[in-house]
Design a protein around this ligand. Structure first.
Ligand code: ATP
Ligand code: MG
Ligand code: MG
Ligand code: MG
Length: 486
């Protein structure tokens, strides 16, 4: 089943259960706490919170999502994309836990020739909030456990887990609640027995059912938050990974090998002469290329332009990582004009905007690649010299001053310096680099209090700091998206 067909099947199923099909919101949907939409519920937040009346009691959608927090996993795990589509069904004070569980079970197990997803019931595992983690659930989420039992899941396939896994919130104040997740056992070839608690590569998480009941006033970590009180209604918010379901149903190894992504790998492989499947590191690069090309395409289509401001910077990093990965695969010519059209043609069925916005997208991407190629050739010569000096001096650490100079003189981003130094077996003195960056920022701020220069825009910093899981280190990390329950 093609990815687009699976998505259609999901929303058709819920339309048949009285849900209104709501089109995907833009990735830039205007929620001030987020850089990008990172879950299907984001456009529905006011209805879940009860701050606005919902136009529908039940809704279903295929929402475009970007999770930059997952960038380091891309290509290494089988299941993390920076861009993916989240399927969801939502109830705003209408049905609740047991119905949500019944619906999910029905769709997942119904045979494919009857409109379902056709998973073998014996391969399904589920998790619920375990006992002792939440004051309102001293014995765990008994209701959810009961509903799964009633659906036919054997006790041995229901695992209780902690708040970290079975309580969902946005990573910022907003709605939250216990959740229950559905996993598919891919079989012993993928890891040890023991259910999702034992191994999340073998047991693949496909669907999270969130029972949104609480209004969170502060969120410090996945399992550390303050509850302001109950929400005005008991809501259902579910999220299923379309690409994850697709790779299982298509019988391929990972989400980059599905019909909507793999042809980009094939193109990159053809351009580089590197056969996919021949070399572990090259395979990761090819998957990164395919993933980032698609995220870049979707972000640009929704109106992001490469730049130094928060969203533009994320896009810039994604595009530059493609260029870098292709270089490491041996391709020195421009790559984006070759790769982006492949992704465009794959995504056009589901998102026709990629065609109507194309001219703008390809000219922005081409210009960005040109700029980066100039940066690369100037900075690489300096970095190579610095690497040799470092090695000759017997050190294993490239100095923070050098990294800063590369950044300051050549616009060489620190992540690139880190990556390129690592390829030569060197570390970088990041603390010193960060200190020099901070000094420079302080100077710039003192210099021009009024100038809204992007590296001195305190609002942008505050936003990213508020969202980041790690301390903000200048625009060095892509991990600026909000935390999401793992
Ligand atoms: P994981 O534990 O695998 O990182 P998650 O628990 O962070 O996933 P949720 O926040 O529960 O994911 O999101 C709901 C669903 O969206 C997941 O069950 C999964 O199917 C899908 N999903 C989440 N992150 C990604 C991603 N980076 N790429 C593709 N699909 C994803
Ligand atoms: Mg989850
Ligand atoms: Mg998870
Ligand atoms: Mg995750």
């Amino acid at each position: 089943m093609r990815t687009a067909e699976i998505g259609q099947r999901f929303v058709d199923f819920f339309a048949g259960k009285g849900h209104t099909v709501v089109p995907s919101a833009s990735l830039l949907y205007n929620d001030p706490t987020l850089l990008f939409v990172n879950a299907g519920m984001v456009p529905f937040k006011p209805y879940l919170m009860g701050t606005e009346p919902s136009p529908w009691k039940r809704a279903t959608s295929i929402q475009k999502c970007v999770r930059t927090l997952d960038i380091d996993e891309v290509g290494k795990t089988t299941r993390h994309g920076t861009f993916f589509q989240m399927l969801g069904n939502f109830s705003f004070g209408d049905y609740f836990k047991s119905e949500a569980i019944q619906y999910a079970w029905e769709l997942v197990t119904k045979p494919a020739d009857q409109g379902g997803l056709g998973f073998d019931p014996s391969s399904i595992w589920v998790t619920v909030l375990g006992p002792g983690f939440h004051p309102d659930y001293p014995e765990g989420d008994i209701e959810a456990r009961e509903a799964w039992r009633a659906a036919g899941v054997p006790d041995g396939h229901i695992q209780g887990r902690s708040l970290k896994d079975n309580y969902w919130h946005m990573g910022v104040p907003g709605p939250g609640g216990p959740c229950s997740e559905i996993y598919i056992d891919r079989g012993p070839a993928y890891g040890p027995d023991g259910g999702p608690e034992a191994d999340e590569d073998r047991y693949l998480e496909i669907w999270n059912l969130v029972f949104e009941t609480e209004d969170l006033s502060a969120v410090r970590a996945k399992d550390d938050f303050d509850i302001a009180g109950p929400l005005r209604s008991l809501n259902i918010d579910t999220g299923a990974g379309l690409e994850r379901i697709a790779y299982l149903l298509q019988g391929v190894d990972n989400m980059y090998e599905t019909d909507q992504v793999f042809p980009v790998i094939a193109k990159a492989s053809e351009m580089s002469g590197k056969r996919y499947g021949a070399n572990h590191d090259d395979d990761i690069r090819l998957r990164v290329v395919a993933d980032h090309v698609r995220s870049g395409l979707m972000l640009m289509t929704d109106g992001v332009t490469p730049g130094n401001e928060a969203r533009g910077y994320v896009l810039r990093r994604l595009l530059r990582r493609v260029v870098r990965a292709m270089r490491l695969l041996g391709v020195a010519d421009p790559v984006l004009p070759e790769l982006l059209p492949v992704s465009r043609d794959l995504m056009a069925d589901s998102f026709p905007d990629v065609l109507t916005e194309w001219d703008r997208v390809i000219s922005a991407a081409t210009a960005e690649e040109e700029t980066f190629r100039r940066t690369l050739s100037a900075g690489t010569a300096m970095l190579d010299a610095a690497v040799i000096d470092t090695k000759v001096s017997g050190s294993k650490t490239l100095s923070g001053e050098k990294a800063f100079q590369l950044h300051d003189t050549y616009g060489f981003p620190i992540d690139l310096t880190l990556e390129m130094a690592a390829e030569q077996g060197l570390e970088v003195d990041r603390d010193k680099f960060t200190a020099l960056m901070a000094e420079q920022r302080a100077r710039a701020k003192a210099d021009s209090k009024t100038k809204k220069g992007l590296l001195t825009d305190p609002e942008a910093y505050a936003q990213i700091r508020a969202l980041g899981e790690t301390p903000f280190l200048g625009y060095t990390d892509l991990t600026v998206n909000t935390t999401v329950t793992g």
